[in-house]
Design a protein around this ligand. Sequence first.
Ligand SMILES: NC(=O)c1ccc[n+]([C@@H]2O[C@H](COP(=O)([O-])OP(=O)(O)OC[C@H]3O[C@@H](n4cnc5c(N)ncnc54)[C@H](OP(=O)(O)O)[C@@H]3O)[C@@H](O)[C@H]2O)c1
Length: 327
Amino acid sequence: MKYRTLGRTGWQVSEISFGAWAIGGSWGTVSDDDAIAALHKALDLGINFIDTADVYGDGRSERLIAQVLKERSEEVYVATKAGRRLNPHVAEGYNRENLTAFVERSLKNLDTDALDLVQLHCPPTACYYQPEVFGIMDDLVQAGKIKHYGISVEKVEEALKGIEYHNVKTVQIIFNMFRHRPSELFFKEAQSRMIGILARVPLASGLLTGKMSKQSTFADDDHRKFNRHGEAFDVGETFSGVPYETGLDAVEEIRSILPEGVTIAQFALRWTLMFDAVTCAIPGAKNPKQAEDNAYSSDLPAFTAEQMAKIRYIYDHYVRDSVHHRW
Ligand SMILES: NC(=O)c1ccc[n+]([C@@H]2O[C@H](COP(=O)([O-])OP(=O)(O)OC[C@H]3O[C@@H](n4cnc5c(N)ncnc54)[C@H](OP(=O)(O)O)[C@@H]3O)[C@@H](O)[C@H]2O)c1
């Protein structure tokens, strides 16, 4: 495992880290045993950064992480998120009372005195134009409740606006073989401010593993079934917003250039690491086998210029029209 500096936090974090949404909920059934084993496997392989949120399984993900970390001695950074407990999810909800209550609840779930990193959880765009929201986060740092804060965004425009607030240390954004736009302007701007970047949904919700087909089915409580058209939250979070069958066709092209002995998931993850601005990818994993498969992508050789060009071609040819202007 290789490590990169997470912006101005100064932390050295594993370039493949762990996304803990699926071990919380909304991805079909994942047993506690599998979730715990996946986390242990990730830590055994040198992963030292975990991304979660207070809403993943209504706190289950945070509590499982706390349970596992009690059994470990190495330093592990845990990033959580706040805001999505709001119902309705509106900008006015990002006020002192609510944010403080969300942070207090995550402190309990994670069983700690101070949260390492709290990300505003894809707040409405209006929040980025309200300095008072960021002032509240500053006060929570001042009070010792959180060490650093950042933002998780839907759109490149939100990321560009958010990093104008000096104390925003990290940005989490969808970046994968099916989402190239962050690498155009945003990465350059983020690098000039030493912002840590977390590449989320790096496997396009599992599409970029090559295991799916037209016949694949998903459980009722899996967002790949219930949010296929954005019924519950932004459709960009499910298969990166790429129409499913288009994604399958694009994956077949990727398969045709896959180096020997490498899985499509590993190839997709290694691609995200080709960009220096990216601090880490945070693939979700539901069991130890997936965690292990993903961790090894850090050891793969760099892409050749030819391979990079081919991925760009696949993006332009299959995917660009459905995503590029939206996020
Ligand atoms: N709004 C936000 O802030 C937000 C939104 C989305 C995600 N995130 C964060 O980003 C993380 C990653 O995104 P994601 O979990 O949505 O999507 P992802 O990482 O693109 O896909 C994860 C899913 O792919 C499958 N998978 C993973 N590794 C695999 C492997 N090696 N082989 C085969 N299948 C594999 C698993 O599901 P199956 O086995 O069921 O296919 C897994 O749950 C999340 O866990 C969360 O921490 C944040």
